[in-house]
Design a protein around this ligand. Structure first.
Ligand SMILES: Nc1ncnc2c1ncn2[C@@H]1O[C@H](COP(=O)(O)OP(=O)(O)OP(=O)(O)O)[C@@H](O)[C@H]1O
Length: 300
């Protein structure tokens, strides 16, 4: 598969503060990628460089075979900044047409494009609404619609669901998931469970250094299940280790266990639930795979 972004030895400092230190990675076409890291890790700096808002001090950035700032990249990469704002006075049509015209579309094409992207985010009936009349979640969807104008090949979304209620956050996740065969999404969020649902590829930044860069892949000899219980049974770890085909068990937090088992056992989840029932354990949920949080922070 071809890579759409290739970053090599990228560094950026603000005065004496190194925001990115020799960062290198590649993103393959169609692989929804998560950019994760604590506050101040360098995520916004990296996004800003990829969008061409900031110049790196050193290193190479190759996007769709072009160097940063090449006019050919215009409209092939779009971004939703964390603090994206809309003008509350204008209708959605006026606002999105304006952005479409900036992308070089003719007036009729801009109107058509505005209606297309608003339909994609479920707001086609609001084309004449003013931004001031919209809820926070609807405004976020308009910002995503803006990022979809002219079908960019790469879309960067910084905290796309921050501050949204679960229903609106889910709708935005569905939009991203539905469009992920048409564009490569790079998502930054502090919500690991959200990223884990959407992303197959993780970039983990900490203090400007890229310390994780891997494709999540469970198709090996072993599979994982994360078992969350309602109570903490006595010696639960020992009981779980005794189950047939279990190769490793780790307790990752109170009442949560990551169980590694032989992938050849296709019925393992059923056996595990029957085992819980037999032991009179009540479970909260059984998650397929290891959680992203455990993968990143609970390695043994
Ligand atoms: N314009 C700037 N001037 C000075 N320092 C900056 C500037 N922009 C970022 N920094 C510093 O660079 C480092 C990385 O900041 P950045 O905003 O990229 O982190 P982040 O991972 O996006 O953080 P957050 O999750 O809090 O949004 C921080 O130490 C920050 O203080």
């Amino acid at each position: 598969m071809s890579s759409v972004i290739k970053v090599t030895n990228l560094s950026k400092s603000f005065g004496s503060k190194a925001a990115l230190k020799n960062v290198s990675f590649e993103i393959e076409q169609g692989k929804t990628t998560a950019l994760i890291g604590p506050n101040g890790a360098g995520k916004t700096t990296l996004f800003s460089i990829l969008c061409g808002y900031l110049e790196p001090d050193s290193g190479q950035v190759d996007i769709l075979g072009q160097q940063l700032g090449e006019p050919k990249l215009f409209s092939k990469l779009s971004a939703l900044p964390q603090d994206a704002q809309l003008d509350p006075r204008f209708s959605l049509e006026k606002q999105l047409c304006f952005y479409s015209r900036l992308q070089g579309l003719s007036k009729p094409a801009a109107i058509k494009e505005t209606h297309r992207v608003l339909e994609l985010v479920g707001l086609k009936d609001n084309v004449n609404s003013r931004v001031s009349e919209l809820s926070h979640g609807m405004r976020k969807r308009v910002c995503i619609a803006q990022a979809l104008i002219d079908k960019p090949e790469i879309i960067l979304l910084d905290e796309a669901t921050a501050g949204l209620d679960p229903v609106n956050a889910r709708e935005i996740r569905n939009i991203i998931s539905d469009l992920s065969d048409q564009a490569t999404f790079i998502l930054s969020s502090h919500d690991l469970s959200e990223l884990e649902r959407l992303c197959s590829h993780i970039l983990y930044l900490d203090q400007g250094e890229l310390s994780e860069h891997k494709t999540r892949n469970y198709q090996g000899e072993h599979n994982y299940l994360t078992l969350q219980l309602i109570n903490e049974p006595h010696q639960a770890l020992d009981y779980l280790k005794q189950l047939q085909d279990v190769t490793h068990v780790q307790q990752t937090q109170s009442k949560e266990f990551v169980i590694e088992y032989k992938a050849e056992n296709k019925q393992f989840d059923v056996h595990l639930l029957k085992y819980c029932h037999k032991l009179n354990w009540q479970y909260r949920q059984l998650i397929n795979g290891n959680t992203l949080e455990n993968e990143l922070f609970n390695k043994e």
